[in-house]
Write a protein of this length. Structure first.
Length: 297
């Protein structure tokens, strides 16, 4: 049974490898970094900005709205860098237990290379839009550093999906917005193209592990899923980005969490992931309550 599962996993990985050969990008040469920014365009589409639709948003001047979009983009990209750094550490550990001759190991290496390029692309984009990166607070840094000890087995793939799918769904809504800076749209298109393979790889791995999970393992995953959703929302509504945009950080943070437009946007982004986790029994009633409380349901 184990050999048959490994063979199916390798067949899927081989298809992803072929796709990677056909469509892989190098952001250093595939993005026109020297192109000037458009002074009339935003750095995120209005409908995905956390304060869009609130009284605070309506009271802001166009220049203030543009600055908030810049800071929210820089924060999201910073979160992406932390996450992809963590994911590469987890994938490297998977390789220590894998067969180095298998297609699964080869695609794992390919995904790690993609993530390295994405981290560089995100860093260059933060610099290009004339923003500064965001860093987690000391306690959060300690927690992020400890995550590899907690995320083992199937939790590697659950973490990959929570970190990738919601962000990916939001990016897909950005690509063709006429108000978006062209350089941001180009970077997001590259990321969406390559992340589609990563999401498929993680979903395939997790779906194949579910039938062999013990009741205790399944309960542990449901607990981690319940925590992961609120953590994701807290990272993308970092109060410091509102402060850098010239707003009252506490007031803006509360408004963003309560904003029905932002909650609807988050729920739309999480919908396919919630359906997948529900299909495999990996999100329980506590997880649904917590995800609903932060607007992911």
């Amino acid at each position: 049974m184990r050999n048959a599962t490994a063979s199916l996993r390798d067949s899927f990985a081989q298809r992803l490898l072929i796709g990677s050969v056909r469509r892989t990008y190098d952001p250093v040469v595939d993005i026109a970094w020297a192109e000037p920014l458009d002074p009339a365009k935003l750095f995120l589409p209005p409908r995905v900005i956390s304060l869009y639709g609130t009284d605070l948003w309506e009271a802001m001047t166009p220049d203030q709205q543009r600055e908030l979009s810049r800071q929210e983009l820089a924060n999201v990209l910073s979160v992406g860098i932390w996450f992809e750094n963590l994911l590469n550490r987890l994938l490297l550990r998977e390789l220590l237990r894998g067969d180095p001759t298998s297609a699964t190991s080869h695609y794992t290496l390919t995904e790690m290379a993609d993530e390295c390029r994405h981290m560089m692309m995100f860093g260059k984009l933060i610099e290009r839009v004339e923003a500064r990166p965001y860093w987690p607070r000391p306690a959060a840094r300690l927690a992020i550093g400890a995550l590899p000890a907690v995320l083992r087995g199937p939790m590697v793939w659950v973490a990959a999906l929570v970190g990738e799918e919601i962000f990916d769904a939001l990016q897909r809504r950005m690509l063709d917005d006429p108000q978006l800076q062209p350089i941001v749209a180009r970077a997001m298109r590259i990321h969406v193209t390559e992340e589609a393979r990563h999401i498929g790889f993680a979903r395939d791995a997790l779906a194949r592990r579910v039938p062999a999970m013990s009741a205790g393992e399944r309960a542990y995953i449901r607990l981690c899923v319940a925590v992961a959703g609120p953590l994701f929302v807290s990272l993308i509504t970092n109060p410091h980005m509102y402060i850098r945009a010239g707003l009252d950080g506490r007031r803006a943070h509360v408004a963003a969490l309560r904003n029905p437009v932002a909650r609807e946007s988050r729920a739309t982004g999480a919908a396919e992931l919630v359906a997948f986790l529900g299909q495999h029994g990996l999100i329980g009633s506590a997880g649904r309550r917590r995800w609903r409380a932060v607007g992911l349901l």
